[in-house]
Design a protein around this ligand. Structure first.
Ligand SMILES: Cc1cc2nc3c(=O)[nH]c(=O)nc-3n(C[C@H](O)[C@H](O)[C@H](O)COP(=O)(O)OP(=O)(O)OC[C@H]3O[C@@H](n4cnc5c(N)ncnc54)[C@H](O)[C@@H]3O)c2cc1C
Length: 418
């Protein structure tokens, strides 16, 4: 908080005139702060020539005992007992982190029937695979998943935990980190290890994508990050690698979860009591989204349209090219905001992160927030009337021209190749 030393204040008013937040005023020639408005930016302290103010730092964060934590974990997400691609991407990245730290990489899967499928995680460089199978874990439920995973983390004490920034991962990550009283960095685009301090460096866009912030969690464990699907490179699977799946048994009855490891004769009883949770979710039915599903993250070819498309009707041109190439339709936020296309198609910082083999950017200027979601595509082809459009700085091939003419020409040319 901002502290004012009345004895030093001479009532000059310099702090009032310099405060960008209108948080200071003079009362009886003494500066008075409005704590609702004060952001503690420190400008007044710097400007005051009379040492009449100071920012008092409250150090509320208590340090945790972190010495017993070791190993990198990936919470490998499944849908209908099928592992999602993001699980393999995170294992590939987790391997690099584990090697840097000279430690092990473990993947953890909660599901109802995953034993065979989970073996694939060894090919993506996991050293250990823990599975927790129960009918109750077939579909994601916040409380159940949080409880089981927190128990496992408390038992095994991994130093790093990675999750996919999927709908479920975005729900689960903050729950776990809050319950374990640790930090979580969402939507990381880069992960690295500070070798000297042996801590995780978690980089993500900040301030609307205008700068990259590297965030650390030095005093709490585990260090937790979510990463969007498609951001990390999936390594080539190595099927010569194998390992023993370690099964963790759980007994989930209504509001009580008991988990214990029975494999290899080691029995650990983990008891999670959910009785203090008021809202306990029961899944009655899973209804698939009625509109056509958009699978941008796994698409090999994406044809995206931006404001340059001109109208919702013209999106047919984009759809046609995507259809001829067997690809998906993407979009910039500008056209989603206009209501020309559903948000599920949006690529970018607040949309999806994609990495197709070929990305067509049609009538898209190439704003930093759009680039954040597609610049890792293998081949980028841009079509724009403005030869100075920023998209041309990152594309492999650029067509300067009207998309209403060039896109139908491309559709025809590719059709003729069939
Ligand atoms: C916090 C935040 C998050 C954001 N998140 C996203 C995000 O996730 N995804 C995203 O896309 N944006 C996002 N934005 C918005 C972003 O800043 C841009 O406003 C947006 O990407 C612009 O979309 P656009 O390129 O379609 O439109 P414009 O910038 O208007 O560009 C249209 C382009 O079309 C070209 N053009 C016009 N007519 C034709 C024609 N006939 N043929 C060919 N080219 C033509 C023009 O030369 C121009 O380059 C975000 C912004 C903020 C502040």
């Amino acid at each position: 908080m901002l502290k004012i030393f009345e004895d030093n204040c001479v009532g000059c008013g310099v702090c009032v005139s310099n405060c960008p937040f209108d948080a200071l005023k003079m009362e009886n020639d003494i500066a008075v702060v409005d704590s609702e408005k004060c952001t503690m930016c420190g400008i007044c302290v710097k400007e005051c020539k009379f040492d009449a103010m100071e920012i008092e730092k409250e150090n509320k964060v208590e340090k945790q005992e972190i010495s017993g934590y070791e190993g990198v974990w990936v919470l490998a997400e499944q849908r209908n007992n099928k592992l999602m691609d993001v699980a393999f991407e995170l294992c590939s990245e987790g391997r690099k982190l584990a090697d840097e730290l000279d430690t092990t990489l473990s993947a953890v899967v909660l599901a109802s029937n995953i034993k065979e499928e989970a073996k694939e995680l060894f090919a993506y460089k996991a050293d250990h695979v823990y599975i927790v199978e129960d009918e109750e874990l077939k579909d994601y439920r916040t409380e159940t998943y949080t409880s089981v995973i927190c128990d496992l983390i408390n038992e095994f004490k991994p130093e790093i935990v990675l999750l996919g920034a999927t709908h479920n991962g975005r729900d689960l990550g903050p729950r776990i980190s809050a319950r374990l009283d640790t930090g979580l960095t969402a939507d990381c685009t880069k992960l690295a290890i500070d070798k000297e301090r042996e801590i995780l460096l978690q980089t993500r866009p900040a301030f609307g994508g205008n700068l990259m912030a590297t965030i650390i969690c030095p005093d709490h464990r585990p260090q937790m990050s979510t990463v969007r699907p498609g951001v990390m490179e999936k390594a080539e699977p190595d099927y010569s690698r194998s390992g023993e799946i370690e099964e963790i048994e759980v007994d989930i009855s209504d509001k009580n979860i008991k988990s214990h490891i029975t494999d290899s004769g080691k029995i650990i009883n983990l008891k999670s009591d959910l009785s203090d949770i008021d809202i306990y979710t029961t899944i009655k039915e899973i209804i698939k989204e009625a509109k056509g599903s958009v699978n941008l993250e796994e698409a090999e070819i994406i044809v995206s349209g931006g404001r340059g498309v001109g109208s919702p009707e013209n999106f047919k041109l984009i759809e046609e090219l995507a259809s001829v190439l067997g690809g998906e339709v993407g979009a910039s936020r500008a056209v989603v905001d206009e209501g020309w296309i559903d948000k599920a198609h949006q690529v970018g910082q607040t949309g999806k992160t994609v990495k197709p083999r070929v990305y067509f950017a049609c009538g898209i200027s190439g704003a930093i927030q759009h680039k954040a979601g597609m610049e890792n595509s293998n081949l980028i082809i841009a079509i724009n009337t403005d030869e100075d459009a920023p998209i041309f700085e990152i594309c492999d091939y650029g067509l300067v021209g009207d998309l209403k003419k060039t896109v139908p020409m491309l559709s025809k040319a590719f059709k003729d190749l069939e």
